[in-house]
Write a protein that binds this ligand. Structure first.
Ligand SMILES: [Zn+2]
Length: 402
């Protein structure tokens, strides 16, 4: 939600107005002294002192040990304190929900995963989410006032600015539903909503590739989708539809009918159900993505070849993405990546073969490592990125002072 007043609405002036900016420097969790901060920023010692004091009062900054003394009283070091507040990150799937309470670096403190049915509708699912968030706060011994926001990922397209799902195909009853308003009846904090692939991209980026500026995350499961990190930020596009790779026409694909009504979509020829169908034609039964993974892990060669072929088909589409976006890292996630190297080998084969050397010179194609936690960590990261901007930190300081 972007409807909060900007800090300029408030009379935030002088040293304190730059406290949020100073915090950005300290977000790397490296402890620094006032003198080191003055040197880094080029600001006067008195200005740095006032900003440090303002941040100490919020708890976002905390004194940490002492620096080596150059004679006299040793100077104090300060570091970002990720335990100052907490965040709720929720990953709502079609049949399963996972909710974590995290600190301000996105690290889960405690979490709960339970079966649910997305088709029960938003009231039932969101009431469960709210009740579970209360349980987690209690379990961690934290108060609702320590919560800075709630991030939610759902398995369908979302208008991120309003937090409303938009014509989600597998979420009956959710179309246009005001998810933030429902959750805010219980928690008076920002509630941000996005699709599951975008939050997985944020989680994988934050945990496994924090210093990579340009990353493409591709989920391969029952559906296929991508989350694009560009210039260190999630790229959502004009209406939040960026990265919808599943319904791109796969080159040389057979005329297989897709759930969207088109033929030859990537999802119709390279997703879990498409692999199951290909295996059925040679009398191998794999009803679910889990079955496919189990077959490949058990050394079933036709299953491994089918997964590798899906990887090649996905690679054909990704080769175009590489030319367009020039990512440093492509992360392949989703349940099918658990089949091991077969999928990634297929993707690599085509992407490295098709793309120009300049684009592939630095390109890595790797499996996701954050696993089932990618969603909750990403949902929390979305909130942290929103709440800890320089403007919003300055605003919080001004409000607590008035
Ligand atoms: Zn389609």
């Amino acid at each position: 939600m972007r409807s909060e007043p900007a800090s300029s609405t408030y009379a935030v002036t002088g040293a304190v107005s730059g406290a949020g900016e100073l915090l950005q420097l300290l977000r790397d969790e490296t402890p620094r002294t006032r003198a080191e901060l003055a040197k880094l920023t080029g600001l006067a010692r008195s200005t740095v002192g006032a900003r440090v004091d303002a941040l100490l009062a919020t708890g976002l900054l905390a004194p940490i040990g002492e620096a080596a003394s150059t004679g006299g009283r040793p100077p104090v070091r300060f570091a970002f304190n990720p335990e100052a507040r907490v965040v709720v990150g929720a990953d709502i799937g079609a049949t399963h929900g996972r909710i974590a309470l995290t600190d301000l670096s996105g690290r889960p403190i405690c979490e709960i995963g339970e079966s649910l049915d997305i088709t029960d509708g938003p009231a039932v699912v969101l009431d469960w989410l709210v009740a579970t968030a209360h349980r987690l706060l209690e379990e961690a011994g934290r108060q609702p006032r320590e919560l800075i926001g709630i991030g939610i990922g759902v398995p369908g397209p979302v208008e991120h600015s309003s937090g409303r799902p938009m014509r989600p195909p597998i979420m009956p009853g959710w179309d246009g539903y005001d998810v933030p308003a429902h959750v805010r009846r219980d928690f008076d904090v920002p509630v941000l909503v996005d699709n599951d692939v975008n939050i997985m991209a944020l989680g994988e980026h934050a945990m496994a590739h924090p210093h990579v500026e340009h990353l493409l995350f591709v989920k391969v499961a029952t559906g296929i989708g991508a989350g694009i990190i560009s210039g260190g930020r999630l790229h959502r596009g004009a209406v939040g539809a960026a990265g919808d790779l599943g319904h791109v026409a796969a080159p040389h694909a057979p005329d297989v009918l897709c759930s969207c009504g088109n033929v030859g979509c990537l999802e119709a020829v390279a997703s879990g159900p498409a692999i199951s169908k290909a295996l059925k034609e040679i009398d191998i039964v794999a009803e679910s993505n889990r079955d496919i993974v189990d077959l490949v892990r058990a050394g079933n060669i036709p299953a491994a070849l089918a997964v590798r072929q899906a990887g090649r088909t996905i690679g054909e589409v990704l080769a175009t993405c590489v030319s367009l976006l020039n990512p440093q890292v492509i992360v392949i996630g989703g349940s099918l990546v658990q089949a091991g190297e077969s999928l990634i080998a297929g993707v690599r084969e085509v992407v490295y073969g098709r793309s120009l050397p300049l684009a592939t010179g630095v390109l890595q194609i790797v499996a996701a490592t954050t696993g089932v936690q990618a969603g909750v960590i990403g949902a929390a990261t979305m909130v942290i990125q929103h709440a800890l901007t320089a403007d919003r930190v300055d605003l919080a300081i001004a409000q607590s002072a008035s």
